[in-house]
Design a protein around this ligand. Structure first.
Ligand code: COA
Length: 179
């Protein structure tokens, strides 16, 4: 059981993107890592959905997401942000190598889900794709396995997981009532 009182999770600042990019390059294979420009784009378009985990002044991890208008995460979602799109799509979850296996990603994901639940009230769901070995990381944080993904990104097969924020019944009711 870890306590995380010493960690602060907050939106990344523009000046943090360089370090976030270093973590991205350290964490992902070359054919999966986002470019600096893509990280910067996601941050510029959706600053609140690009959240860093800090120990003091040091950025030790981050979650990077944007909004998308479809209910499944497609390739194009990784390079775009649709304001008010009904899906919040997580594109990167990254923890500094020396800080891994201490629960930091789980802590960041739980905080992220809470943030979206409380502050992005028009979002219907949170989506992400991952490789099979990381499915337990995400299900423990609160995601539910959805399906094999059609996304081709690097060499491996990807699986889609989600957190449902609004039940279909609620969505239909909202539409029916004309809101
Ligand atoms: C994947 C990553 C974010 C995990 O961060 P982390 O802070 O080490 O994760 P946690 O400590 O919260 O892990 C919680 C559980 O998830 C699972 N898990 C975490 N990393 C794992 C790995 N590399 N392989 C298999 N299971 C893993 C384990 O069940 C772990 O529990 P345990 O340590 O008690 O065995 C981190 O390794 C990373 O930044 N990797 C490079 C980028 C990446 O691949 N991101 C995921 C993209 S889908």
């Amino acid at each position: 059981m870890y306590t995380f009182d010493y960690l602060d999770i907050r939106p990344l600042h523009k000046d943090d993107i360089n370090v976030a990019f270093d973590l991205e390059i350290e964490g992902y294979p070359e054919d999966e890592a986002a470019t600096y420009d893509i990280l910067n784009y996601r941050h510029t378009e959706a600053p609140e959905l690009n959240r860093g985990c800090f120990h003091g002044d040091e950025l030790i991890g981050f979650v990077s997401a944007t909004r998308y208008h479809e209910d499944t995460l497609k390739d194009e979602a990784m390079n775009m942000h649709i304001p008010n799109g009904e899906s919040v799509c997580i594109h990167s979850v990254c923890v500094k190598e020396s800080r891994r296996r201490q629960g930091v990603a789980t802590h960041m994901l739980k905080e992220f889900i809470n943030y979206v639940k409380h502050e992005e009230k028009d979002a219907h769901r949170i989506l992400l794709i991952c490789k099979s070995k990381l499915i337990p990381l995400y299900t423990r944080a609160g995601f539910i396995f959805k399906c094999k993904s059609n996304v081709v990104h690097g060499k491996e097969t990807w699986y889609e997981l989600e957190v449902q924020l609004k039940s279909r019944e609620n969505c239909e009711e909202l539409t029916y009532n004309g809101y």
